[in-house]
Design a protein around this ligand. Structure first.
Ligand code: CDP
Ligand code: MG
Length: 699
């Protein structure tokens, strides 16, 4: 980055040259240090053997302990040997944080900056140089989207599916598609990398015997269990961290927590405790690691601890296998993970906190023994551990398949049920997801993708939100600005941060922005006011808004706006073509499409800035759009104050964090955005709709 900066055109060339040299030397120091580290990784002595096997096989399956160097080293070896043959190498990751941090690390190791030779590409964000990038770390979702546009993935000569053992839907699907592609593109090399789990399964799937096992470097780890189950896992984790800090020898701590919210709570509780530390106590530095954290803050977790200090890293599951933090000697594992779970009988997908599997618990413990003997504190009993499942069920077997099926259809796979999956989803999952897509008019009665479905697949959103956006625009083009904002806000978590002990509740904050009987509109109102605010920082402070997350929402909004305008561009191009051809017979779809394009050409829309953020928000317009667009998320009030979700017949409560939790009388009909199940089942992000809207959508 330094070198880039110094090449600013304002400086004289001599001055520039000096600066470049200086920075080069500065970078060289780091570069040399990193080269030494690279040679010390366990994988280094396998370099030649690895390359030989990869050279002589089209498909390779590589398994190795987390931290041995697969993700960062193998792609570099391939480039050093010229195996990429002037095309790009793609390395997929299940998580965006991993894609970004690893690209940064590898860029350093290759003495370059991210966005040059090494790039990354994640949803709503990328750093790639078309002419220069050789190695692209990307989320599996992004590579999957690329297969829609270019089924041959012709930009790439080598594709590495990393963390394959995590069995995300996207990586499962990619693996299946790559198997097909390997027939068409004999020149394409495919590398499947995983932790030491499920390796044979991948090899069998590809019908290859080319499995490469890399030995790791794992020191003994002592595992401790709780004597009794804990009522409050955060409390137990807090006490364990403090106990380690005061009673154990040097070495950093890694604590697994379920999400950003818990991580922020824990950070605050720890900060409060640290205030009370005696003067002579060792310093405890808190670092956090989760997807929504800006990357420069994520990198702090990877910095070495100073002599006489200790670091505690509060992390989501990302530190389980995706990234490696050096210096960890103690692991605190509450044994929980947040995951999506689909209930096919109830047609609803929920975010649930569930116990980890035995293999996850083992991976987590392994994080403590990378450099020397370590300790793992499991905050559950030995008995509980014995009852854990061996592996997590692959995501594809516990998810709604709507997104997958829509993408498969967009790629051109007609017979989705006959597709060769690594693990085949249940028949019911297919039937329900296809019905679901048909209800949204993304598939027709013959299960063929419609024009609407194709447009939906172009948007990097779950089908339901893509549908919402397009339907809202068709219902009322004027609503698009507000709908773009609402959907963007639905893609980010934790908009507010109310510190413990603050004399204000979330409700008080929401009331300041209330618009209609709607959480969505209220938040849109807040977003628009933030956008217009002169001093954004103080606006956030006054209103307890998490600035980095609201910024994120605006970024997402910008990206969605671009995607949306692209769709309109395509529509008007198509329209022109059709007019030229003067087609007599119009299908229903074409009629709809023309209807949509009528008077709403891209140009007009841009001229009027209909997509831009406006001050005025039309409440009624939005509510009728959300009722139509999100009709599958409608619920109706029961006599006892609970709600019944129309599509699934589930009973649920309004979440206490909703504005409408407090309304009296309770609204009869609502649209919600999310179902959360803890002890009770809650509906989050609610908008009241009218009886006539309700009648309209429940027909
Ligand atoms: O993919 P695998 O788990 O086999 O290992 P890796 O991600 O390639 O990491 C190899 C080593 O690089 C780790 O053990 C860390 O020592 C180091 N590393 C680092 O220090 N900082 C990063 N951001 C990434 C890796
Ligand atoms: Mg890795």
């Amino acid at each position: 980055m330094e070198i880039e900066k110094s090449q600013s055109p304002n400086k004289s060339t001599v001055q520039q040259q000096i600066l470049v040299e200086k920075n080069k030397n500065g970078n060289l120091g780091l570069f040399n240090k990193l080269q030494k580290e690279r040679k010390n990784l366990p994988i280094f002595k396998h370099r030649q053997g690895l390359l030989d096997k990869i050279k002589s096989n089209q498909i390779s399956v590589i398994a190795g302990e987390t931290g041995c160097g697969k993700t960062t080293q193998i792609p570099q070896y391939l480039i050093e040997e010229g195996l990429n043959k002037n095309r790009m190498i793609a390395v997929t990751q299940p998580r965006r944080v991993a894609a970004i941090t690893i690209a940064q690390r590898v860029a350093q190791e290759m003495n370059t900056t991210v966005g040059n030779k090494v790039g990354y590409s994640v949803r709503f964000e990328e750093a790639v140089d078309k002419n220069n990038t050789k190695l692209l770390y990307m989320t599996d979702g992004m590579l999957l989207r690329e297969t829609i546009v270019d089924p041959n993935l012709s930009r790439f000569s080598i594709i590495v599916i990393d963390e394959a053992h995590e069995r995300t839907i996207n990586s499962d699907l990619l693996i299946s598609l790559l198997k097909q592609l390997s027939e068409r593109r004999k020149d394409l090399k495919i590398i499947i990398m995983s932790a030491t789990i499920e390796t044979e399964k991948f090899a069998n799937f590809f019908e290859t015997e080319n499995i490469i096992y890399l030995e790791g470097r794992c020191h003994p780890i002592e595992v401790f269990y709780s004597k009794k189950p804990h009522a409050d896992y955060l409390d137990a984790a807090l006490n364990t961290i403090l106990q380690i800090h005061f009673e154990e020898q040097d070495g950093d701590i890694l604590c697994f927590l379920v999400g950003q919210e818990d991580i922020e709570d824990m950070q605050q509780m720890l900060e409060e405790k640290i205030e009370l530390f005696p003067k002579e106590a060792k310093k405890l530095n808190i670092c956090t690691l989760y997807a929504a954290l800006p990357s420069h803050l994520q990198l702090l977790a990877f910095e070495k601890s100073q002599e006489g200090e200790r670091k505690v890293v509060l992390s989501t599951n990302i530190a389980e296998t995706s990234v490696t933090i050096d210096g960890i000697k103690y692991v605190v594992d509450p044994g929980l993970v947040k995951t999506r779970k689909y209930n096919p009988n109830k047609l609803i997908e929920m975010l649930l906190v569930v116990p980890v599997s035995k293999s996850s618990a083992m991976q987590r413990a392994g994080r403590a023994g990378r450099q020397s003997a370590g300790k793992c504190f499991r905050l559950y009993t030995k008995y509980t551990h014995d009852t854990l499942a061996e592996f997590m069920l692959p995501e594809i077997l516990r998810s709604n398949l709507s997104t997958v099926i829509l993408q498969m259809k967009a790629i051109g796979i007609k017979d989705v049920k006959g597709f060769q999956f690594i693990d085949r989803p249940h028949e019911d999952q297919f039937i329900e997801s296809i019905e679901n897509l048909q209800q949204m008019n993304a598939l027709d009665a013959n299960e063929n993708i419609t024009l609407h479905g194709k447009e939906m697949a172009e948007l990097p959103l779950e089908p339901i939100y893509a549908h919402f956006m397009l339907v809202a625009f068709a219902t009322n083009p004027n609503s698009i600005s507000v709908v773009l904002s609402a959907i963007s806000l639905m893609q980010v978590e934790n908009l507010f941060f109310i510190p413990k002990g603050a004399k204000i509740s979330l409700l008080d904050v929401l009331l300041r922005f209330q618009l209609g009987n709607s959480d969505q509109l209220t938040k849109v109102n807040m977003l628009h006011q933030y956008y217009l605010a002169k001093n954004k920082k103080s606006f956030c402070k006054e209103n307890f808004i998490n600035q980095k997350n609201i910024k994120k929402a605006l970024e997402v909004r910008q990206q969605l706006e671009n995607y949306f305008l692209d769709i309109l561009k395509k529509r008007s191009k198509k329209n022109q073509k059709q007019n030229q051809a003067n087609i007599q017979q119009q299908s229903e779809e074409q009629q709809i499409q023309e209807e949509l394009a009528k008077g709403n050409t891209l140009k007009k829309l841009q001229e009027e800035h209909k997509t831009a953020i406006q001050q005025e928000i039309n409440t009624e317009e939005f509510i009728s759009c959300i009722a139509k667009g999100l009709s599958v998320k409608a619920a109706k009030l029961n006599n006892d104050g609970t709600y019944t979700i129309i599509r699934s017949n589930i009973q649920a409560y309004i979440h206490p964090e909703s504005l409408l939790f407090y309304s009296k009388p309770k609204p009869d009909y609502i649209i919600f955005n999310e179902v959360v199940s803890t002890i009770k089942t809650y509906l989050r992000d609610i908008t009241e709709i009218s009886f006539s809207d309700f009648k309209e959508i429940s027909k």
